[in-house]
Design a protein around this ligand. Structure first.
Ligand code: IVH
Length: 667
């Protein structure tokens, strides 16, 4: 395409994509299909790649993530970012209202949802997003621009070329948290506790690809400099920001007069809270007149013109039907409450952990008790207390078991510890938990062999011990016929199992589940011992002399490697072809890519440019079209262009075809 034509097409596509983004993410009313959107975006990406001279940091193609920073820069807020004083009941709201009336200020308030997320400040210059910052301690925040750029409801360019700062909340929609946790559950990974931590955790990533995947969103609720735009009320500042295209919660925000209307708003909101697609943890009440706000002023910490009413933590009553026991990988026995199903904060709760015998006794729980349930950290359910006044006398006393519920062996409790253990290493429950651990993310990282699937395969008899995992391919036909598994998912799983054979030794060592050996200790050990044989031949003293390895761990290690069953397992895994060496930092192929900026010049025979670029991006690398000081690696194929010369001039690392192929082959 001719240059001028390309320029105007790029401009047209950018404006069009921004408009459709706005319709989809801010107005919630899409006008084109996802496929159409993707095809426009792809066209723009291609044109921008072909004509890098028209590159722009505000192009919608810059939202997909990929920018990686090495640290968070500190940003000083020109106007401090204050938080609000919390109030918890009607009396405290009345006190606030009384203080307003005492100052002869009209009790006209804007009521808003208190969004459960993290606050953000967005800065625009001539209408373009120049940076975004967290609140931090209110005076100094952190620059999170690279991640905020990936949030679709944040405009990279607003519809007026003005300088402006707006503030609001970044949040994770409830559904997104559920989706992430569903995936984590399957993989046996710890669940994200709540939307707030999940959003904050996503924003605190150096690699913006992760934030992009987390599908964060925003509500904008504060204009720090309303006088610059001649605005007189908070309501008008909300409208002004909305007109500029910011996502303002117009449906929720309400101007009210007097305390009664505030209470009505709170009641209405409490009733619909569970149906909202995002979490709110309270209501914010702000004096509407900006002049009155100014007169009221600030305390050292808070504005005097607003308060945050926090909803009480929801507690729901149900019946404790039974207490059942589960056996963990290490043999630890956990009592669990079986509850009559109840909905707590929008999801059904049927079970809750009771941790250990002492916990049940301390809470004085009896089977048949009416108990109150709360979501600790909003996700994990917790039994708060039994309602003693609801006892009928028919409740059954709790009794700790003395034998393993699965294999019947006698349980043991170590001196001064609260937990009971099943000591039988062949206990099926311990085995199945051990298998789940072996495949988990920090261990062998076999995608697709999470808790539920492993339990299925264990019960079906396909996998009874660790080495069976590597013979699962023999059951390929049976697996494909199982409900819920198809050709593709079975082949992906088998490929993931095959791939795991080449993991560095620390993963295997952690996966073996040696008592007390976590992922960090496993890494420490393999860095010292280098290979499995050295570990197996090490003496108790060899282990004990290592800093951070105490006598108990040393004994556990020594005993593990001198147990005949364990020795035969390791020998079998060796025969199957599992890597038994520490591969070292340089051989960690993902690490060779992740976080680096690549430029490709010339042609490679084994892979085309787009596929390579996609591959590098999927492993956390960034590709760009021109060589600069920021480039980490230039990949040089046949007939390279001037980029090769430039890389040499700037002394940038160069990978030839052989090198990149060897890395790609091992990914
Ligand atoms: S107004 C000076 N409005 O709650 C005004 N804050 O404790 C500052 N929040 O730090 C904030 N929804 O992170 C305001 N509609 C809303 C809000 C809101 C959530 C958060 C914000 C703030 C904290 C207040």
């Amino acid at each position: 395409m001719e240059k001028n034509k390309a320029k105007s097409r790029i401009e047209y596509l950018r404006a069009f994509i921004n408009k459709t983004n706005y319709e989809y993410y801010v107005l919630d009313s899409p006008t084109i299909t996802d496929q159409e959107f993707d095809s426009y975006l792809r066209e723009l990406e291609n044109l921008e790649a072909e004509f890098p001279e028209f590159d722009s940091s505000t192009s919608p193609t810059k939202r997909v993530g990929g920018e990686v920073i090495d640290r968070f820069k500190k940003v000083k807020h020109k106007i401090p970012m204050l938080s609000l004083p919390d109030v918890f009941d009607a009396t405290e709201i009345e006190d606030f209202n009384a203080r307003i009336l005492k100052e002869k200020i009209l009790p006209i308030y804007v009521c808003e949802y208190k969004i459960d997320g993290l606050s953000v400040s967005l800065h625009y210059e001539k209408g373009e997003l120049i940076f975004a910052a967290t609140r931090g301690d209110g005076i100094t925040g952190e620059d999170i621009t690279h991640n905020v750029r990936t949030i679709k409801s944040v405009h990279l360019k607003i519809n007026k070329p003005i300088d402006i700062e707006v503030r609001g909340e970044i949040f994770m929609p409830k559904k997104v948290l559920e989706e992430i946790n569903d995936k984590r559950k399957i993989k046996g990974e710890p669940l994200l506790q709540n939307v707030r931590n999940a959003a904050a955790g996503s924003i605190r990533q150096l690699d913006s690809k992760i934030a992009a995947e987390r599908k964060l969103d925003t509500w904008i609720y504060h204009l720090p400099n309303p006088e610059d735009y001649g605005i007189k009320t908070h309501e008008d500042s909300l409208n002004f920001m909305s007109e500029l295209g910011f996502k303002v919660n117009k449906e929720a925000n309400r101007v009210v007069t007097g305390i009664e209307e505030v209470q009505n708003y709170i009641e209405e909101t409490s009733n619909i809270r569970a149906t909202l697609p995002y979490e709110i943890d309270g209501i914010v009440i702000k004096v509407n007149s900006l002049e009155s706000q100014k007169n009221l002023g600030f305390t050292s910490k808070y504005p005097k013109w607003a308060i945050a009413y926090k909803f009480p933590a929801e507690e729901v009553l149900t019946t404790l039907r039974d207490i059942v026991f589960t056996v963990g990988r290490t043999g630890r026995i956990t009592p669990n409450a079986v509850l009559d199903p109840v909905i707590v904060m929008g999801s059904t709760v049927k079970r809750a952990t009771l941790h250990n015998e002492d916990y049940v006794l301390m809470k004085d729980l009896k089977i048949g008790d009416v108990v109150s349930i709360r979501k600790a950290g909003d996700v994990i359910p917790e039994v708060v207390e039994r309602k003693i006044e609801r006892r009928t006398g028919a409740e059954e006393e709790f009794k700790m078991i003395t034998q393993c519920p699965i294999c019947d062996s006698v349980l043991e409790k170590k001196k001064d510890q609260v937990d009971y253990y099943c000591m039988n290493p062949s206990c099926p429950a311990r085995k199945s938990e051990g298998l789940i651990h072996f495949c988990s993310r920090k261990a062998m990282n076999i995608d697709g062999l999470g808790i539920e699937i492993m339990e299925d395969f264990f019960n079906l008899g396909f996998i009874k011990k660790i080495s069976d995992i590597y013979f699962l391919f023999q059951h390929r036909k049976d697996l494909i016929e199982l409900e819920g598994y198809g050709n593709k998912s079975v082949d992906n799983l088998l490929a993931a199992i095959e791939d795991s054979k080449s993991n560095s030794l620390e993963r295997l060592l952690f996966g073996l589940g040696i008592s007390g050996i976590g992922d960090k200790t496993a890494l420490l050990l393999v860095k010292i011992f280098k290979n499995m044989d050295n570990l197996m031949n090490a003496t108790y003293d060899d282990f004990k002399t290592i800093k951070d390895i105490g006598p108990t761990l040393a004994e556990n290690l020594y005993n593990y490697f001198h147990d005949v069953e364990n020795i035969s397992l390791i020998e079998e895994l060796k025969k199957i072809g599992l890597n038994m060496n520490y591969l070292g930092e340089n051989e960690r192929h993902h690490d060779l890519i992740s976080g680096k900026r690549f430029v490709l010049t010339g042609t490679l025979s084994f892979i085309d440019r787009d596929s390579l670029s996609g591959l590098l991006t999927s492993y956390g690398g960034v590709t760009s079209s021109s060589v600069s000081k920021k480039t980490d690696v230039v990949i040089v194929g046949e007939n390279p262009g001037s980029k090769y010369e430039k890389a040499r001039e700037l002394n940038i690392e160069i990978w030839d075809e052989e090198k990149i192929k060897s890395i790609v082959d091992k990914l």
